[in-house]
Design a protein around this ligand. Structure first.
Ligand SMILES: Nc1ncnc2c1ncn2[C@@H]1O[C@H](COP(=O)(O)OP(=O)(O)OP(=O)(O)O)[C@@H](O)[C@H]1O
Length: 795
């Protein structure tokens, strides 16, 4: 865009330059002074016209006769000129013409830039026209106020749009003029009003003070002396010795501060100037761009995009607390009885009712050891004879013991309630996810960007897929397609297919792949490696932009402080979802584990987040390296304590009741949550709703990844060259800079491939040899020479 702009600018200046003629210094002096004098002549003639215009009318009709005399101070010529400009032309606004002619003379004499003068003429003429029309509006006949032009235009306008229409049109013209010429905005007008209001207020209070003057003067001599000691007028900054005038406007407290500020003032000023100069180059440009075009809006391309409405999600009748007093009492009695069987006395008991389980918080009697209760966990569970009892002894942060007992009638936590909750709606998180409801019926919202990766595990049929859908749905309800992209890996081939509808809105894929959702395990390897390249590229961009994370980078990009010509672009978050990780590890092993681990370790700062789900939480799937990099974990119900340990590093998941009952941990505490339920038809409605809207031309393209096997390090043979060879040559020749990182950025390549390309370009004689830290020399001067060079090679 910018390039095109400069091009058009250049071509117009070229066009304009063609007819211009150069004046010699003498010619400039003659021509310039003529214009200055002519401007003055016009002005004198115009002024005189107001006194002599009427008398001179007859003289004009007999202009050629030497006998007729005109009263105008410049005689007949003056009378004629002013009649021409004022009477027949634009009325009193014609004075502006005399000014413009005078100004043109000054410009010619002083050899000032003509572009500015052209601007003055353009805007000046518009003002003349506007004034003439507005004066014409108030003139009843062909009056000198608006001249013939003003009168006629008025008559024309009033015939068609009436008086009110004309005045409104003129007002609109004025607003447009002010907005374009002086960059006036609505805010600046408001500001002006505010400051005017303040001034009036100040003035008023000053006046009030002044009215007190006589009282001041009437003060006793003693009071006068005390007051005088403080009366050092701030503006003058004179030494204290200079005793004050009689009028006291400021209270003494304010004045006491004065000497301090006086001392510090110069230091502050110096500091401000220094920073201002340092920032000036890039920041001033960025500020100007923001002023002219506003902040960069990544959503602009799909500015009409509508977020899915809440109505697409289903509401359930069984929502809300269903446990009754009877059940509560019954459970309480059983807990008290069971514990007393083991000689554990209870001081108090409190219940918190959740959607699936109720937490009974017990304060044991003094002297009871917590370890005793913990050891009896299984026995207590057995005595209470309920599935899904979990004992938390003690509840972290409280001195109590928790016993979670499932409710007889579990309630469904609908996605509708989670998404519509205030907590989710008003969340300012980068990637907010409404996971479900906690035991105290609060909607649980977490930030995926903070996790920064999520591991989900649970036995089959316990709610993993629903959980994944809840995560994806949350993001779809909160993030614009420009802000987040998903890479979906679905070896089961059926779980995530619905998201195909939103491919061109929300999905990312490899350039050559047809399907955005990856179901083939071999393709996953390429995608993961490509994601690693994307990660490296993003780190390079962040480094160049001197930003520590994607949020800072995007903020800087939006503020137009990063130049897109340097490869900078708005970076959407990328969320990689792998539905069946165990399957992937079984078929591809190390080949996927390595890039996953690399991404998990490094990708957090640059906005790539992984969510991996597995139904086989065994140690060969969730390996040490994976676990170390996935602090945020969700465990649905599993069948054994060992599985629970593998996922959560502790038991608990084996005591869940299934159907979306889950434990969430982000390193320390475990939180029991009932996962929000989102059914397939709901997901379908959402994806259909989004899919029916205008989309990007293609899915978000990840950098191309070519496996290591293709291409050797130095392919001298033309046939063996990388298929991006020509593009790479064009990039380097255009930039006249032989750098691999430039190729990486422009062609979205990984470091290895860019390096290989540079080697091939060297052997083809397009770039020079390696020169240490400096970029290689480009041996071909331009694209024409490059074409010729490549043609020669073929011969
Ligand atoms: N949050 C929930 N609330 C209520 N019911 C749920 C919830 N999550 C899952 N269920 C019930 O459990 C069933 C199985 O859930 P889901 O398909 O998510 O299991 P899964 O763990 O993905 O199974 P698989 O591994 O075999 O795909 C759902 O059809 C639904 O009836």
């Amino acid at each position: 865009m910018a390039k095109r702009k400069t091009k058009t600018k250049k071509s117009t200046t070229k066009k304009l330059k063609a007819p211009s003629f150069k004046l010699s210094s003498q010619q400039k002096l003659v021509f310039g002074s003529f214009l200055v004098i002519f401007g003055i002549v016009l002005c004198i003639a115009f002024v005189s016209f107001f006194f002599t215009g009427e008398i001179d009318q007859s003289a004009l009709s007999d202009f050629s006769s030497r006998d007729t005399k005109a009263e105008n101070w410049l005689s007949k010529s003056g009378a004629w000129l002013s009649d021409f400009f004022i009477q027949k032309g634009f009325g009193i606004a014609s004075f502006i013409f005399s000014g413009l002619i005078f100004l043109s003379g000054v410009y010619v004499l002083m050899d000032l830039p003509k572009s500015k003068l052209r601007k003055h003429w353009f805007w000046g003429t518009l003002i003349v026209l506007w004034l003439s029309v507005i004066f014409g509006f108030f003139a009843h006949k062909n009056d000198i106020l608006g001249g013939t032009v003003g009168f006629e235009i008025n008559a024309f306008l009033q015939d068609f749009i009436g008086k009110i229409g004309t005045i409104l049109l003129l007002l609109f013209g004025l607003i447009t003029y002010l907005a374009i010429r002086f960059k006036v905005t609505f805010e600046s007008i408001l500001k002006l009003f505010k400051s005017a209001k303040k001034d009036i207020k100040d003035e008023f209070s000053d006046l009030k003070d002044e009215t007190f003057v006589p009282v001041d003067n009437a003060l006793s001599d003693e009071a006068e002396a005390i007051k005088a000691a403080f009366e050092i007028p701030l503006e003058k900054k004179e030494p204290v010795v200079k005793k004050a005038p009689k009028v006291v406007k400021e209270p003494p407290v304010k004045l006491e501060v004065a000497p301090e500020t006086k001392v510090e003032e110069p230091e502050i000023e110096i500091k401000v100037e220094e920073t201002a100069e340092e920032l000036s180059e890039t920041d001033n440009l960025a500020n100007k761009l923001v002023e002219d075009f506003g902040q960069f809006d990544p959503t602009l391309e799909l500015s009409n995009y509508q977020f899915p409405p809440l109505e697409l999600l289903k509401k359930y009748d069984t929502e809300g607390i269903t446990i009754n007093q009877e059940e509560l009492e019954e459970n309480k009695n059983r807990i008290v009885d069971t514990l007393s069987n083991y000689k554990i006395g209870i001081a108090s008991i409190k219940a918190t009712i959740g959607p699936t389980v109720t937490l009974y918080e017990i304060v044991p009697e003094a002297g009871i050891r917590i370890s005793k209760i913990k050891n009896l966990e299984d026995d207590i569970a057995l005595s209470l004879s309920a599935l899904g009892i979990r004992i938390i002894a003690p509840i972290p942060g409280k001195g109590t013991i928790g016993i979670e007992v499932p409710n007889k009638n579990a309630t469904i936590v609908s996605m509708h309630s989670a998404i519509s909750s205030k907590k989710f709606q008003s969340s300012k998180m980068q990637l907010p996810i409404a996971l479900g409801k906690t035991i105290s019926n609060e909607t649980f919202v977490v930030d995926l960007a903070k996790m920064p990766h999520l591991l989900m595990a649970g036995a089959t049929g316990q709610g993993k897929s629903v959980g994944l859908n809840a995560v994806l749905t949350s993001l779809l309800y909160k993030k614009h397609p420009a802000e987040v992209k998903f890479i979906l890996v679905d070896p089961k081939k059926v779980e995530l297919t619905l998201y195909n509808h939103i491919e061109r809105h929300y999905l990312a894929k490899l350039p050559d792949s047809e399907e955005a959702i990856i179901t083939d395990n071999t393709k996953v390897i390429n995608t993961l490696n490509s994601l690693c390249i994307e990660m490296d590229n993003r780190y390079e961009l962040l480094k160049n932009a001197m930003c520590r994370n994607i949020a800072e980078y995007n903020a800087k990009f939006k503020a137009r402080k990063l130049n897109p010509n340097d490869g900078h672009q708005f970076l959407p978050y990328i969320v990689l979802v792998v539905d069946e990780f165990a399957d992937l590890i079984m078929t591809a092993g190390k080949e996927v584990e390595t890039p996953i681990a690399r991404l998990a370790q490094l990708a957090r700062a640059i906005g790539i987040h992984l969510i991996i789900a597995t139904q086989r939480p065994s140690v060969n799937v969730i390996t040490g390296i994976i676990k170390a990099n996935f602090p945020a974990r969700i465990a649905f119900r599993v069948t054994s304590k060992i599985d629970s340990r593998t996922i959560l590093d502790g038991s608990g998941a084996d005591q869940l009741i299934g159907r979306g009952d889950m434990l969430y941990t982000q390193g320390n505490d475990m939180i029991r949550i009932q996962c929000a339920f989102v059914d397939t038809p709901e997901v379908e409605r959402i994806t259909d709703y989004i899919g029916a809207q205008k989309a990007y031309p293609d899915a978000y393209l990840l950098p191309e990844y070519v496996g290591e096997e293709s291409g050797t390090s130095l392919d001298i043979d033309i046939e063996d060259r990388d298929k991006l060879f020509k593009e790479a040559a064009v990039v380097l020749v255009t930039a006249q800079q032989g750098s691999a990182s430039l190729l990486q950025r422009k062609l979205k390549l990984g470091y290895n491939r860019a390096g290989r390309l540079i080697d091939q370009l060297e052997s083809a004689g397009i770039v020079g040899p390696f020169e240490g830290s400096k970029a290689r020399q480009v041996l071909i001067p331009d694209l024409v020479a490059l074409d010729a060079h490549l043609e020669n090679e073929k011969l």
